[in-house]
Structure formats: C-alpha cells, structure tokens
Design a binder for this molecule. Structure first.
Ligand SMILES: CC(C)(COP(=O)(O)OP(=O)(O)OC[C@H]1O[C@@H](n2cnc3c(N)ncnc32)[C@H](O)[C@@H]1OP(=O)(O)O)[C@@H](O)C(=O)NCCC(=O)NCCS
Length: 193
C-alpha cells in the first residue's frame, strides 16, 4: 500500500470533511461532529495550515490530521503550543498504520517548526506510543483545572516545556452548536445513525 502523507490543498476541504465524517461516524456517539470541527478550525486564526495533513492512496484521501494553536496560562509569549485533532482514517483502512504515519509526520513537522509541545484528548492506549504522557506530569490542566488520563501532552524537545504550566485553552472552533451541526449535515449524503 503506497500511502502519501502531504498537505491538504485548498480545493480538498469538502473531501477531507467527508473522510473525517466517515472516520468518526457512530464511533463516540450516534453520528458525529468532528467534520464540523474541522470545518470551523479551517476558518480560525489558530489553524496551522502547514500541519493540516492528508493521507492519500491511489489518488484518494483516506485520512486527515489537523493541528491548531492553544493558549496556556503561564507561557512565555515567545513560545507556542499546539493541539492535535481531530485525526481520522476511513473505517475500511483503520489499523493499517495510516494514523501512525499522520501522527509521526505532524509531530516531526511541529518539532521542526519550533512549537514547544502538543496537547490532545484521546485514548492513552493509542497516543502513549507517540510519547504522549498525562498532562498532569507538566502541571498542565484542562480549562476547568482538571486532569484525567485522556488529556495528554508531548514535549517537542528537551526542556521546551520548562516553566510552562497552567490551564490549556483550545480554539473556540472545537465548540459545536447543535443547530449548526444540523444545518451542516444537510450538505452531506445522509448516513444512518
Ligand atoms: C484513531 C485512528 C486515527 C488511528 O488510525 P489507524 O490508522 O487506525 O491506526 P494505526 O494503524 O496507526 O494504529 C493501529 C493501532 O492503534 C490502535 N487504535 C486505533 N484506534 C484506537 C483508539 N481510538 N483507541 C485506542 N487504540 C486505538 C489499534 O488497536 C492498533 O493497536 P496495535 O498497534 O496495538 O495493534 C483511527 O482508528 C480512527 O480514525 N478512529 C476513529 C476516529 C478517532 O477515534 N480518532 C481519534 C480521536 S482521539
């Protein structure tokens, strides 16, 4: 299987939203809202174009990873931290290493771009393999000051997170309004929940 990991092109937004919708559909709840998150993130100033990657096989987009800037309470203004997500691979091709390729490329690029760390919410069984640890280890918490296993951090280089701690705030694009989702869904082929 020849998988190409590359940047998403401007004219591929809907194709990518479709792939994310396929990946998340009925996985965490009936239907999903991650395709709307991706849509909203694209229009945010925190969206990082160079870290918006797709996985392509034989000319078809089969996966996508998106990164955006986050704000940490106690961060040196010269330093920038990001979060990963959503990441999705279409159901037919899950467990073929495509998600790992997307993760590894995004992490490597983010490190080279000088970001200090990556936050994400997800299943630790998956993300520990890329070096993510409980955010508690860095004194970084969710916006309401809590910590749990699913909230993780990856430091992007020795000492880059020194002195950085506090609450971590993601972009507003992650907030989904039910009425917006209902409208957005009308633009897609109907799927059974
Ligand atoms: C999560 C996801 C992106 C992983 O991509 P992938 O190409 O299927 O994963 P890979 O082939 O790189 O890795 C497969 C391994 O990850 C594990 N894995 C996959 N999804 C997982 C999940 N959601 N939680 C825990 N482990 C997971 C598999 O069990 C497998 O483990 P193994 O190597 O020990 O056998 C993909 O499964 C997906 O799109 N899932 C639905 C959407 C989703 O949950 N996105 C992440 C939200 S945080």
């Amino acid at each position: 299987m020849n998988v190409i990991i590359r940047n998403e092109r401007e004219d591929e937004r809907r194709i990518v939203e479709n792939a994310i919708r396929e990946a998340f559909w009925n996985v965490y709840k009936p239907g999903c809202d991650e395709h709307l998150m991706v849509h909203q993130l694209h229009d945010s100033s925190n969206f990082i174009k160079d870290l918006d990657l797709v996985a392509e096989i034989d000319g078809h987009i089969v996966g996508n990873i998106v990164c955006s800037k986050v704000v940490i309470e106690n961060i040196d203004p010269m330093k920038e931290m990001i979060c990963i997500g959503p990441i999705g691979v279409i159901p037919e091709l899950k467990n073929h290493g495509i998600g790992s390729l997307l993760m590894e490329k995004a992490i490597d690029r983010a490190r080279k771009m000088g970001y200090v760390g990556i936050a994400l919410y997800g299943n630790p069984n998956y993300y520990h393999r890329f070096g993510f640890v409980n955010a508690k280890e860095y004194g970084i918490t969710t916006p309401d000051g809590s910590n749990f296993e699913d909230f993780m951090i990856l430091e992007l280089g020795e000492g880059r997170l020194d002195g950085i701690h506090g609450k971590c705030f993601e972009d507003k694009a992650f907030e989904i309004k039910e009425e917006d989702l209902i409208e957005f869904e009308k633009e897609f082929v109907k799927k059974e929940v």
